[in-house]
Design a protein around this ligand. Structure first.
Ligand code: ATP
Ligand code: MG
Ligand code: ZN
Length: 421
């Protein structure tokens, strides 16, 4: 991929409304652009990363047996009146009327919608258990949208919903999802910790939030270093330095970014919708539900909040917009351009995605931009480096002293092993 043909615009200046590093970097690296408060456009670099995160989520969800669906964003008010949340969640919902006066909301979540759907499809225990998920835009009228993608009015969420015939199976899928979340976040290059939390508007029973520990996080967490106990302060009820509820050691407080949450819903929604099934002796029973959300766009930003330095983003290879950036320093010299082209083609044949910075820019500009956007591996191909015996390769995470000069013939192997490290 040629840089000169990509819609990429990096910025030197920091956006005035950016309070945290990841917000500054998202804008400065040309990943997103603000339309209005809490509303952002995703540019091609951001889309590449967002798609990679979605693919990781899809693979892990599919491997639990969950099935992908998609439901309308526009949800009729009757769905919400069935559970009483039309009034209860009013402050958070974008509500509108069509020309006939029918009321709807832009979905902030989809428990009602999915319960209505599954009730219509499932009638027998033979069709259960079932778990469905979607990756769909959600809308919330946040009183304080901030930090760009972290708390926006429109955001991408993965929401999964499970339906079971008995509490044991409901418990099993809860922990299966919990395990899948651990895998998803670690494959995204994130350290996310599950913490005990409260159900909020969703339900009242067991729930865990997954948090990326970061000073910029909006949630306060109670943390015990000796036994590993972790809970949102909303539920922990222990002040900093107070005794850990599990082991008695003094607890600490940390801040976290909530990237996901798993809930046991019980029959709260299935009761309201009469989502029942027939047992094998033809009795009617209520389905037992769970719901499992991931903030996909918030996760993108959490990766940046956790992986950056003073020069820019340091993408984990799994979710980088491009894994390798070839800085072509002399695009006008045919032999040099040919070597860059060969390395690019060889990497692509190994499914490594590469961007070649073929712009007519000074080397300093190219290096600064490569560091700012944060491609995991940078390769410098220029007349000077070739005269010095080859091409220069360096991991974004390493400092200059670790730069290797390798023969062009060995470059691909060296780059691939850097990406795997
Ligand atoms: N306004 C938002 N912007 C971006 N992501 C969000 C927003 N609200 C929620 N999310 C993401 O969607 C996931 C699932 O939604 P959930 O209903 O659990 O959110 P929430 O607990 O209300 O979030 P928060 O407490 O941060 O407002 C959250 O874990 C979070 O990652
Ligand atoms: Mg939550
Ligand atoms: Zn403890």
């Amino acid at each position: 991929m040629k840089w000169s043909r990509q819609l990429i615009q990096t910025l030197r200046e920091v956006p005035a409304d950016a309070e945290i590093e990841s917000h500054k970097l998202l804008v400065r690296a040309g990943l997103i652009r603000k339309l209005a408060a809490g509303l952002y456009s995703y540019l091609p670099l951001a889309m590449r990363s967002l798609k990679k995160i979605q693919n990781i989520i899809r693979e892990e969800m599919d491997s639990t047996g969950a099935q992908e669906i998609v439901m309308p964003i526009l949800q009729p008010s009757e769905l919400w009146r069935t559970t009483g949340r039309w009034e209860k969640m009013d402050a958070n919902m974008f509500k509108l009327k069509d020309h006939g006066g029918k009321e709807s909301a832009l979905g902030p979540t989809a428990e009602e919608e999915v319960t209505d759907l599954v009730k219509g499809v499932v009638s027998s225990y033979r069709q259960l258990p079932v778990c469905v998920y979607q990756i769909q835009w959600k809308f919330r009228d946040e009183t304080r949208p901030r930090f760009s993608l972290m708390r926006s009015k429109e955001f991408l969420m993965k929401d999964a919903y499970s339906f079971d015939t008995n509490p044991e199976d409901a418990d099993k899928i809860y922990w299966t999802m919990y395990g899948a979340y651990k895998k998803i976040f670690s494959r995204c290059g994130l350290t996310a910790v599950p913490v005990e939390a409260s159900g909020g508007d969703m339900g009242d029973s067991l729930t865990h939030e997954f948090h990326v520990i970061a000073d910029a996080g909006e949630d306060a967490l109670t943390w015990c270093e000796s036994c590993g106990f972790a809970a949102n302060v909303e539920v922990a009820n222990v002040p900093e330095g107070g005794p850990c509820p599990k082991c008695g050691a003094p607890v600490k407080t940390k801040r976290g970014i909530e990237v996901g949450q798993v809930f046991k819903l019980g029959t709260k929604y299935s009761d309201a919708f009469r989502a029942v099934f027939k047992t094998d002796d033809l009795k009617e029973e209520t389905m037992i539900m769970g719901c499992y959300g991931i903030g996909v766009s918030r996760t993108l930003q959490a990766v940046i909040e956790q992986c950056h330095d003073k020069d820019g983003i340091i993408w984990p290879a799994s979710v980088a917009p491009f894994q390798v950036c070839i800085c072509l320093l002399d695009p006008g010299v045919p032999e040099v351009a040919a070597i860059a082209g060969q390395i690019e083609a060889a990497l692509e044949s190994q499914c490594v995605d590469v961007i070649v910075d073929d712009r007519e820019e000074r080397p300093g500009v190219k290096f600064k931009d490569a560091d700012l956007i944060g491609f995991p591996v940078r390769v410098v191909v220029g007349a000077k480096s070739l005269a010095n015996g080859g091409v220069e390769i360096k991991r974004r995470a390493d400092d200059k002293s670790k730069t290797q000069i390798v023969d062009p013939a060995d470059a691909v192997g060296a780059i691939v092993s850097m990406l795997e490290a």
